[in-house]
Write a protein that binds this ligand. Structure first.
Ligand code: SAM
Length: 243
């Protein structure tokens, strides 16, 4: 087979490495109450982007649990109703939240702390760069609920679910662990399913109407889900696994 000139390969397959879309927390000129809470009141429970990067490969030390203990991740916690609920029903597991915005980040960790939960932590980061935060096989189950849909075609590149994202996520998860994905956007669901099918994940289940499906009675209605349910819109849901 003809060898490809490495310099040419670079041109054909430019590095798709993303850089996080974040401004540094430290030194923000007019810190809001949420920024101050991240740096102060919740410092032991919430990590800014710099501390989050330093935790890569060491998250179970952050939680103070054994290296074998299960640790799940929720991406985009919003105001944290599911985050606190999930940490509360699975106290034997650690739950890390990942949020890019300061206000929902603090709302989420505050909700968990007010419920007296000690198995929840949250960090500020851009979820499209998960490989900055986690080592291979570091994560157990992952929850992605109502990610920003970016409905306009020209913005689809900003959607969280991309081929590269799924490749990275697969590497960072432990064999046997599962991703739970739901969205109110049919278009985003139709974008996601083929990408999952093309990825190394194994699609376990999918439904175009979660609330009239086998999973309805196990489902926790998130804040965004409630808004779309109230409008009578169906919720699209799937689960996929790293074998
Ligand atoms: C539409 S809300 C859904 C919140 C919640 N999961 C729910 O179902 O109610 C999406 C959340 O994801 C967060 N988010 C968006 N892009 C993100 C990213 N790249 N990294 C981390 N969080 C992100 C937003 O700040 C927002 O809180």
């Amino acid at each position: 087979m003809k060898k490809v000139d490495p310099s040419l390969r670079q041109k054909i397959q430019p590095s798709r490495r993303r850089t996080p879309r974040l401004v540094a927390t430290e030194g923000l000129p007019n810190p809001t109450e949420y920024v101050l809470a991240l740096q102060g009141e919740f410092r032991d429970w919430a990590l800014d982007e710099v501390r989050a990067q330093s935790a890569k490969g060491k998250w179970r030390e952050v939680f103070g649990v054994s290296p074998e203990a299960p640790m799940d991740l929720e991406i985009g916690t919003g105001n944290g109703y599911f985050f606190a609920h999930q940490a509360g029903i699975a106290k034997e597991r650690s739950l890390l939240g990942l949020e890019i915005k300061f206000k929902p980040l603090i709302q989420s960790i505050r909700r968990a702390r007010r419920a007296g939960l000690t198995n929840a932590r949250i960090c500020r980061y851009d979820a499209s760069c998960l490989e900055d935060l986690f080592a291979s096989n570091e994560l157990d189950n992952v929850f992605i609920h109502h990610p920003d849909p970016w409905p306009r075609q020209r913005d689809h590149k900003h959607r969280l679910i991309q081929t590269e994202f799924l490749d990275n996520l697969w590497t960072l998860m432990k064999p046997g662990s599962e991703v739970s994905f739901k969205t109110d956007s049919e278009d985003y669901f139709d974008w996601t399913l083929p990408l999952v099918n093309q990825s190394k994940f194994n699609l376990l289940y999918s439904t175009r109407d979660l609330h009239h499906s086998d999973w309805a009675n196990q489902n926790f209605v998130t804040h965004f889900e409630q808004i779309f349910l109230a409008k009578g819109q169906p919720i699209f849901y799937c689960r996929f696994q790293k074998n």
